[in-house]
Design a protein around this ligand. Structure first.
Ligand code: SDX
Length: 430
């Protein structure tokens, strides 16, 4: 047996499996022929131990608490880059030069307007509709205005589809918000940058232009950067799964939005604030009682914003956000009692055996909500902001999957534990 193979000792004899090497991180057992050649399959709910593809977009070292996009650390990107520059890096694998970046930024910020016929689409939703439901529906809806993107086959069409989605999602998000508060929709402004236009559409009114604070623009750029991509997380795996049937980019991304909305995934940022607010408002709730509830197996309550499938160390994004929260609050609301509660919860959990033994640390969602709040966003928009951030990551994975010769339609197996074959029983004999 050579060093790049592994041997499985199976009931019907040994079976040798090739090892797939990685640039960094763990090698993989190539089990593509396992079922056909050995008559066994593997069991791995949630793909916790299973690579669904080879990828060169993002690498997470969960034990070290490191995150890199195309080899660049998240700390350096958050400090030096912009969200649109990172989007370009994720999609095309290299940092753009000055000309490429300028063309990319102008192309996107000048295509943020929606087709005017989309107005009636938003009007059809009730005001109480959660913006994530509107976002995923509208993402499918805008593809009907661009038939060429429905079945993109050429790179030019795929690039155009990516630019259209990145350009128009903030407008969809802002219009969903304006609809929910009964205010008129605002249009993007070609004189503004991408993030400035988004803030303008969110917080300006026809009667009053919102002053765009550069500190807020910088903060939102950093927040979107921190959400841009994260390997094969639940929503990215969903985008890849839907796209593996040759479904178009728009509908694949819309499916990813549904996965992200779940409170165990991107919906956690809204759930964290609801948890902190509940502790703040309940005179009987304490840090200790909250941790006890999180540890109680008979209580479905979990410490939202804590724990991660990959990180067994501090999520580097949470580390950046934890330090950033003070700066943003200083430039905005000044202080927030929920941040104080979050810090007390973190300190107590990191000294509690239950969390220490399970290596549960704050994740990206633990502090992001406090910052989104300080920037003036309502809670129901928090997962929407995560979606705008994650969009380039989803598109990059959809593009990578569609050019990967190993790609096959996603169709997992199962271990059947139901009834063996049995004869139908006529109604009068039951
Ligand atoms: C994101 O995958 C990504 O990369 C996601 C993401 C991205 O950028 O795309 O990073 C974004 O989704 C971050 C996660 C946001 N979700 C939350 O904050 C929700 C709270 N966290 C958990 O529900 C949980 O930690 C998960 C969902 C994040 C991870 O779940 P796993 O990997 O399936 O772990 P598990 O549920 O099997 O937990 C292992 C143990 C269990 O206890 P035991 O059975 O061993 O006794 O840890 C416990 C769990 O009960 N546990 C928690 C806990 N998280 C795990 N107990 C209390 N509170 C928690 N938050």
């Amino acid at each position: 047996m050579s060093e790049d193979t592994a041997r499985l000792e199976l009931p019907n004899g040994p079976y040798d499996v090739d090892l797939l090497e990685s640039t960094v991180g763990l090698p993989g057992l190539d089990i593509r022929k396992l079922r056909a050649e050995s008559r066994v399959i593997t069991f791995d709910p949630g793909f916790a131990n299973t690579a669904i593809a080879k990828s060169s977009i993002t690498y997470v070292d969960g034990a070290a608490g490191e995150l890199r996009h195309r080899g660049y650390s998240i700390e350096e990107i958050a400090k030096n880059s912009s969200f649109l520059e990172l989007a370009y890096l994720l999609l095309y694998g290299a940092l753009p030069n000055a000309v490429e970046l300028s063309e990319w930024e102008n192309d996107i910020s000048h295509h943020m307007m929606l087709n005017e016929e989309m107005r009636s689409f938003f009007d059809a939703f009730p005001r109480r509709a959660h913006p994530m439901a509107v976002l995923s529906s509208a993402t499918n809806a805008i593809s009907t205005f661009y038939d060429v993107y429905r079945r993109p086959t050429r790179k030019k069409e795929i690039d155009a589809g990516a630019r259209t989605l990145i350009a128009k999602l903030p407008t969809i998000a802002a219009w969903a918000y304006k609809k929910s508060i009964g205010e008129p929709y605002m249009y993007p402004n070609d004189e503004y940058s991408y993030v400035e236009s988004f803030l303008h559409m969110m917080f300006s009114r026809p009667t009053q232009e919102k002053r765009i604070d550069p500190a807020i623009v910088k903060a939102l750029n950093v927040l979107l950067i921190l959400h841009a991509d994260h390997e094969m997380n639940c929503s990215t795996a969903t985008v890849r799964s839907v796209g593996s049937s040759r479904a178009n980019m728009f509908t694949s991304v819309a499916a990813g939005m549904g996965a992200l909305w779940g409170p165990l995934h991107g919906g956690a940022n809204q759930a964290v604030i609801e948890m902190l607010q509940a502790i703040h408002d309940d005179p009987d709730a304490t840090i200790a009682s909250t941790l006890e509830r999180a540890k109680d197996k008979n209580d479905e309550f979990r410490l939202m914003g804590f724990g991660h499938r990959v990180y067994t160390n501090y999520d580097p994004r949470a580390k950046i956000l934890a330090s950033y929260a003070e700066d943003v609050l200083a430039a905005t609301a000044g202080s927030d009692p929920l941040l104080d509660i979050a810090r007390d919860l973190e300190a107590a959990a990191l000294e509690d055996d239950y969390f220490v033994e399970r290596k549960l640390f704050p994740n990206v969602d633990f502090y992001s909500g406090v910052i989104f709040r300080a920037l003036g966003f309502p809670q129901r928009m928090f997962t929407v902001l995560f979606t705008i951030g994650r969009l380039p990551g989803w598109i990059a994975h959809w593009m990578e999957m569609n050019t990967d010769p190993d790609t096959r339609i996603m169709r997992p197996r199962q271990i059947y534990i139901g009834e063996p074959a049995r004869a139908y029983v006529p109604l009068d004999q039951r």
